[in-house]
Write a new protein. Structure first.
Length: 89
């Protein structure tokens, strides 16, 4: 199975994953004098970011899932999927 074939985390069923990104730069954050948040739609525009690596982790359980750029599924995720498929038979 390939990473692109995943529809959810094989460990917990969550439908979101992420990876590490290195961020540098300066943000400007605006507030109103009454204490409310100001107009901050451009606060991230001056930041620079680089993907540290393409190792993807589940947002919920934080387990390693694989690499979305090379489309390779992690070994533990693959074992978990094979175990689930065997249980369904």
């Amino acid at each position: 199975m390939k990473f692109s074939e995943l529809k959810e985390c094989p460990f917990c069923g969550n439908d979101e994953y992420g990876y590490k990104i290195r961020v540098t730069g300066v943000m400007k954050y605006y507030e109103r004098f009454d204490g409310d948040e100001g107009e901050n739609t451009e606060m991230y525009d001056s930041l620079n970011y680089n993907i540290v690596d393409n190792r993807c982790y589940c947002r919920n359980c934080r387990k390693y899932l694989g690499n979305d750029k090379t489309d390779i599924l992690g070994k533990q995720a693959e074992k978990k999927l094979k175990g689930v498929q065997n249980e369904q038979i």
